[in-house]
Design a protein around this ligand. Structure first.
Ligand code: AMP
Length: 395
């Protein structure tokens, strides 16, 4: 796996695919700089070598050219974070971009306008990719969040750099962290899968069954497993068309020697609301009119025991409706157990949209080993797919 550390960028122009798809407020101010901060180490190393940097990214989902999605809005923030002035080309291809790139001197940085102002980007257009490629000497991919897309700047462009292509430090770290869980993991390995639906996680569950010793299944998925085994779920979220599948997963797990842990008790509410009445009930006997919205205390004790004995932990998806304070306790407790296990030497990886939000919200970001930056890309890797953006560099 070649990274930027395998190259000397002196007098070279690096064209880097970054993920600067950052949130902006109504005044176009960047409200969360995480993604720009995350790209800094890669950019710093190239500049320190005496190279120059051309940054390309998408922002939002524009339909053609839309001023509100202009990357010009993030220019000052990027400059502040990198600590160097950043130049801007008002189109990612064409004369302006070509001239700006050609005139870049060592130590200088150029940001190209939103790639998605051209439909060719998402279409993976080869001619468009070739134009982008003509701007730089070495192609660097440091955008994990789009690595599962075969877009011009994430995948197609790589063919124009048969040798001079590599991963940025962020993307390399993502791959390395996932491999620590999926390939070279220390046993016992535990996956915690929460979230709302079995249907959206089924491929992950199936792929992961071959890699883990324990699987904790929580969140809304619990109730499909409970009903499949003859329990009463009341008004809880439940996928009736996935009951057979749930039984099949339990059977497969048994065959593969994977221990499945499902909540034994839940916090049930009489309404999907933070102020609803609630009670702790047996997961197999949720009263009519009530719905399970969080894992109960006995379940959490069980999960704690499993997690503290684990050497590798993967966490994807909340244990309850953590957006409501009344039903966030299970997810917070889970974060605490994983933090404790990590402190005791386990490797813990958190990824997938909602769990990352929960980890940040409840302050566990620095207490786990790694928080993945790519929701969809991470899920596809967990599903066992080869991501086109990664394959294009490895080719
Ligand atoms: P996902 O995107 O599949 O990871 O699901 C995340 C969502 O699952 C969050 O918005 C949670 O509120 C929701 N969730 C977790 N537990 C439950 C539950 N018991 N009932 C309904 N929704 C839940």
């Amino acid at each position: 796996m070649k990274t930027i550390n395998d190259f000397n960028f002196a007098d070279k122009k690096a064209i880097i695919r970054v993920d600067f798809n950052v949130p902006l407020d109504d005044n176009f101010k960047v409200t969360d700089t995480t993604r720009i901060d995350a790209a800094k180490p890669t950019i710093d190393k190239i500049l320190a070598d005496g190279g120059s940097v051309i940054l390309m990214s998408h922002l939002g989902r524009p339909k053609g050219v839309e001023e509100k999605y202009s990357l010009h809005h993030i220019l000052k923030t990027t400059s502040d974070i990198l600590g160097v002035p950043v130049q801007f080309a008002a189109d990612c291809i064409g004369e302006e971009a070509k001239n700006a790139a050609a005139n870049l001197k060592p130590g200088e940085v150029l940001l190209l306008e939103n790639l998605r102002f051209h439909a060719e980007e998402e279409a993976g257009d080869v001619a468009f990719a070739k134009e982008l490629a003509s701007l730089g000497d070495i192609y660097v991919n440091d955008a994990f969040g789009t690595a599962h897309r075969a877009h011009a700047s994430t995948t197609i462009i790589a063919q124009f750099f048969p040798i001079a292509k590599c991963f940025g430090l962020l993307l390399a770290k993502e791959i390395e962290s996932l491999n620590k869980v999926l390939k070279n993991s220390q046993k016992p390995v535990t996956a915690v899968l929460g979230g709302s639906k079995v249907s959206s996680k089924i491929t992950v569950i199936e792929n992961i069954l071959d890699k883990v010793d324990h699987m904790i299944i929580g969140g809304g998925m619990t109730f499909t497993f409970v009903k499949a085994q003859g329990g009463k779920v009341g008004n809880s979220i439940c996928e009736d068309d996935k009951l057979e599948l749930a039984l099949e997963i339990l059977r497969l797990a048994k065959e593969k020697g994977v221990q499945i842990h499902i909540p034994v008790d839940v916090v049930a509410a009489d309404d999907f609301s933070n102020t609803a009445n609630s009670q702790i009930v047996d997961v197999m006997a949720i009263p009519d009119g009530w719905e399970g919205l969080d894992a109960g205390p006995k379940s959490l004790e069980n999960f704690k025991k499993v997690l503290l004995e684990s050497k590798t932990i993967l966490w994807n998806g909340p244990l309850g409706v953590f957006e409501m304070e009344s039903f966030a306790k299970g997810t917070i407790a889970l974060g605490e157990f994983i933090a404790e296990a990590t402190e005791n030497g386990a490797f813990s990886l958190v990824g997938g949209g909602d769990s990352v939000a929960a980890v940040k919200q409840f302050g566990f970001e620095d207490k786990v080993s790694y928080v993945s930056t790519g929701g969809g890309a991470m899920l596809e890797m967990l599903e066992g797919k080869v991501l086109p953006g990664i394959a294009a560099i490895l080719d």
